[in-house]
Design a protein around this ligand. Structure first.
Ligand code: ATP
Length: 512
């Protein structure tokens, strides 16, 4: 556990040192939970967006992408339920003065019980060796069973109290579980209160309720209000999807863990409109498709797990999270929700406009059902960074820090280097670079020894380094060094493009 916490610290400082992520407004000592993406961070972020946009929009005939505004008519948020129900239950510890999400405190308690079970299983696995049958052990061991029952009971109570907005019941549960504040260690809690997560501001120069608008807390509503515009102008036939990447804002009670939970963040969302009654089929389809998209990056299967929701949002009839093993443990990376016809119906009601689709095959009008996939761009960034960050021990006893980023996501694909700063080598290197940069994002680097330069490129995840030496001037060949194997190979300059492309092409990822 401790090791993993160190990993988060290391990733944060690495991200800062190499220009991926800076604390925002740092010269004024920063602003809580707000970060700026630096020169390399912006590249990595753009590449993640591109991977998503290509896979979700451009590889599908029936999915298109839009870019809606952040400000929307205030009635949007009445209709969507956010004004009344986009709340988190908060609770304060009177001794530490720290504020928590009540449901998170309970979930963390459940996680602790789950860890106990896992320890029990691990212990038994060690004891019984090859003969160990985990499924049978889990089904019969009294300690495991007792703890499983405990978890189910807590989950049931949590679900019922939250669904009924029974805040006293939530508080009682926290008391019954004897949950203590991680900072003060005390059980001196306030009442549980609901807290609305939307940021509001005023439009124009007139103050007052009439001009209050919200910064969108999700990009989805920009898609719903444009449902008919896109369907009609794009001649879309159900089933079809509308995708969007954009900023969202939530006044989170506790924003922490670097870019994992911020108050301003970016979402990549797709709303898939389907025939009523077919939503579960599509829900399962998108669950599977999205998991595949994540795993194709090659960070490792072990990083992912699915988690079905017990407490459904006000709009959903099924929901699941794709969780990632972040340095702080398994947490939500993406949500897949079956949103029913809730949003479109609500907008029909509040706007007085029909938001229906005429299905020529059924010869019938209906409000489509919606399956949503929603992934946090910043969380993707953290997932990719933390799983790629490696501190490696080399054979010669030295160490290197390498970002084993999926090649397609790496900020630079190639670094071009002259062996020395003289003899016409820089000119030759620049000639190669000027040609390659039409296809790949490249960097020129001539300072310091080759070894140091290689390390620098390893640390920012550049898949290839090209070294231009004296032989290059004679026979137009260079050495190309692979980030992961560190092996160097001599190749003709004319072969460079296809060699690099074979590694960094989007096709490799999208066909997985
Ligand atoms: P959580 O339970 O972690 O608060 P959520 O269930 O409220 O997340 P959704 O409403 O499903 O999140 O939003 C979709 C995605 O947007 C999430 O899977 C996550 O990747 C991202 N996201 C949500 N809130 C934040 C935030 N405060 N900072 C960064 N990313 C976020």
């Amino acid at each position: 556990m401790e090791q993993k916490e160190d990993l988060l610290k290391e990733v944060i400082s690495h991200a800062k040192e190499y220009g991926f992520v800076f604390p925002s407004s740092e010269i004024y000592d920063g602003l809580a939970a707000t970060y700026d993406y630096g020169q390399l961070g912006a590249e990595l972020k753009n590449n993640i967006k591109q991977y998503w946009w290509k896979a979700m929009v451009q590889m599908h005939d029936n999915i298109v992408g839009i870019d809606a505004s952040i400000f929307m008519h205030p009635t949007t948020w009445k209709a969507s339920g956010h004004v009344d129900a986009f709340n988190d239950p908060l609770i304060d510890n009177k001794d530490s003065k720290k504020r928590y999400r009540a449901d998170v405190l309970i979930e963390e308690h459940i996680e602790k019980i789950r860890q106990k079970i896992n320890k029990e299983v691990e212990k038994a696995a060690k004891k019984f060796g090859d003969a160990f049958d985990e499924a049978q052990f889990r089904a019969t061991n009294p300690n495991v069973l007792r703890n499983e029952t405990k978890i189910t009971e807590i989950e049931d109570r949590m679900r019922v109290t939250l669904e009924n907005n029974d805040l006293e019941g939530v508080k009682q549960l926290i008391e019954d579980l004897e949950i203590v504040c991680p900072i003060s260690g005390s059980r001196n809690w306030t009442e549980v209160r609901q807290f609305n997560l939307m940021f509001s501001t005023e439009m124009g120069s007139v103050a007052g309720d009439a001009s209050t608008i919200y910064l969108r807390p999700e990009t989805a509503q920009g898609i719903f209000v444009n449902f008919l515009n896109v369907q009609k102008t794009g001649r879309m036939k159900i089933p079809f999807g509308i995708a969007q990447i954009g900023k969202a804002f939530r006044n989170e009670i506790v924003a922490r863990q670097f870019i994992f939970r911020m108050r301003e963040f970016e979402q990549m969302e797709m709303q898939f409109f389907v025939r009523p009654g077919e939503e579960m089929k599509w829900y399962n389809h998108w669950k599977e498709t999205r998991l595949k998209w994540h795993k194709a990056l090659g960070l490792g299967e072990k990083y992912y797990r699915e988690h079905d929701h017990i407490k459904l949002a006000h709009y959903a009839n099924a929901a699941c999270d794709i969780e990632f093993d972040f340095p702080m443990g398994f947490k939500e990376l993406e949500g897949i929700h079956s949103r029913t016809d809730f949003d479109l119906k609500q907008h029909e009601q509040y706007s007085g406009k029909k938001l229906q689709y005429f299905d020529p095959e059924l010869n019938q009008n209906y409000v489509p059902y919606v399956v949503e996939t929603s992934v946090g761009l910043d969380r993707m960034f953290l997932a990719v960074m933390s799983a790629s960050y490696k501190n490696e021990q080399l054979e010669d006893g030295s160490e290197r820090v390498v970002l084993r980023l999926p090649a397609q996501l790496a900020p630079y694909k190639v670094a071009v280097m002259p062996l020395t700063k003289k003899d016409g080598l820089p000119e030759k290197a620049n000639e190669i670079l000027d040609d390659l940069r039409f296809d790949f994002n490249c960097q020129y680097d001539e300072k310091d020894s080759p070894g140091k330069r290689y390390r620098r490129q390893d640390a920012i995840g550049t898949p290839y380094c090209i070294m231009v030496d004296h032989q290059t001037l004679e026979d137009n060949t260079v050495t190309i060094r692979d980030r992961d194997t560190m092996l160097q190979e001599r190749v003709a300059i004319t072969d460079l493009r296809s060699k690099i492309d074979a590694k960094v092409s989007w096709r490799n990822l999208l066909t997985k």
